[in-house]
Design a binder for this molecule. Structure first.
Ligand code: PMP
Length: 419
């Protein structure tokens, strides 16, 4: 026979078939927890549907006009007429999808155009676009740091950074969130010879706090490490050219790799890495999450290219976004809410609540009164905290911010979060 087994060598009395193990039973705890939440009568915070989206700041949820205060649409580009026109033209000219990898048939005119827009935006020689920001981190981290080398990351890093570490073969070392001292200490304990990649984020998305990148990059360099900074939550509104926290802290030219996404300020979907490294293009030949997946649809890269070019000169939007962040942060502080940062450091304002029950009650009260915020809970949040995460948009009007503050005051008093 093909297997080389002769019928007479098979056991006469085969062992009984093993019982089927239900691999889904490991989720029983999660299913029960979610059911208990729903049984308490609240809307499922993780199953919201936008029936209509009227603008970057307004949608219809369950038939109700709702102010969006929990999206990453920082610069309000999703309804920009030039962005929409670019997407529509590309859709008509190039069709709805690429049907292939960037490596083979999946590179169209606008994939080249968006990479050029990124080179221009960041003033760097290299740009590689991935299908999402998640995949950019997954691909870059797992490809840059190989077996016997080290990735050193902040303990509060985004899941895509952790998953990039898990996908690769390097040794992983964590340091205490935003602690320059701990970073220095951990790097100091590593052997001198192997390659090292320190992974940082400009803005940490749960609390909205900014990293001391200047000190951290200096420490990394002193230990011979290369640096990757994820600037997902800063693109468009930090630094003279909107490049991110690293630019705002005077580090242009000192960060080896910058990761970003199209899903926040750019207003569509996709991810990227930019770098000045002379050998950067080699990533395209070795990076599995770049190679073994389909490229972004032509309409998506066309909207991204147009949006990125507009972000280069979006001074007014930047100013409005910062004014909105200050107004919301100041108003919530005055009302007595406990926030993730003492001052407005980013476009994220996190309201810290004592437990899941309080967080869900507050979230529900806000939704019922017409404002949507993100509910965030462990394991996404640091130190087991429950958060209502507000993120601002340049297109929020002062009237909307005022209205939101009034609704927070009412909900906070009803739920007993504030006096
Ligand atoms: N990095 C950070 C810091 C993020 O917060 C996110 C998404 N929230 C990503 C990467 C992934 O981006 P994308 O949505 O493009 O996958």
């Amino acid at each position: 026979t093909e297997t080389g087994l002769q019928p007479e060598t098979l056991p006469a009395d085969p062992a009984p078939v093993a019982p089927m193990r239900d691999l889904m039973s490991k989720f029983d705890g999660l299913i029960a927890e979610r059911q208990a939440l729903l049984d308490s009568g609240v809307t499922d915070p993780f199953a919201i549907v936008m029936d209509k989206v009227r603008s970057p700041t307004e949608a219809v949820i369950k038939g109700k006009d709702t102010i969006l205060l929990g999206t990453y649409n920082y610069m309000g580009m999703t309804f920009d007429p030039d962005v929409l026109a670019a997407g529509e033209a590309a859709l008509a000219q190039f069709g709805s999808g690429t049907n292939g990898s960037r490596m083979l048939n999946g590179t169209f005119r606008d994939h080249m155009a968006v990479e050029q827009a990124l080179r221009d935006f960041y003033g760097m020689s290299g740009a590689i676009v991935f299908s999402t920001g998640y995949m950019a981190n997954l691909g870059m981290i797992s490809t840059l740091a190989a077996k016997g080398e080290y990735v050193i990351l902040d303990a509060d890093s985004h899941a895509s950074i952790y998953d990039g570490c898990a996908q690769g073969n390097a040794e992983i070392v964590r340091f205490r969130h935003n602690s320059v001292e701990d970073l220095d200490k951990r790097l100091g304990r590593l052997p001198k010879e192997p390659g090292k990649l320190v992974v940082l984020e400009g803005v940490y998305s749960m609390l909205g706090d900014v990293a001391p990148l200047k000190e951290m990059v200096a420490v990394a360099k002193a230990h011979g490490a290369m640096v990757l900074s994820d600037e997902a939550h800063s693109m468009g509104f930090y630094g003279p050219n909107g490049r991110g926290v690293y630019e705002a802290q005077g580090l242009d030219g000192q960060v080896d790799f910058v990761i970003g996404t199209f899903s926040k300020s750019v207003g569509t979907v996709g991810g990227f890495c930019v770098s000045d490294h002379p050998k950067f293009e080699a990533i395209r030949l070795a990076c599995r999450p770049y190679i073994f997946t389909a490229s972004l649809p032509p309409s998506v890269v066309a909207t991204a290219a147009t949006s990125i070019r507009k972000l280069m000169t979006a001074r007014e939007k930047r100013e409005r976004l910062w004014a909105n962040a200050r107004a919301l942060h100041g108003g919530l502080t005055q009302l007595g809410f406990r926030l993730g940062t003492a001052t407005p450091e980013s476009a994220i304002v996190a309201v810290i609540l004592s437990d899941q029950e309080q967080a869900v009650a507050m979230w529900q009260a806000l939704l019922d009164s017409g404002v949507y915020v993100n509910m965030a809970r462990p394991p996404a949040t640091p130190a087991g905290t429950f958060l209502l995460r507000c993120s601002l948009c340049a297109e929020h009007s002062s009237e909307q911010i005022e209205r939101v503050l009034g609704l927070f005051a009412a909900a906070g008093r009803a739920v007993g979060v504030i006096g």
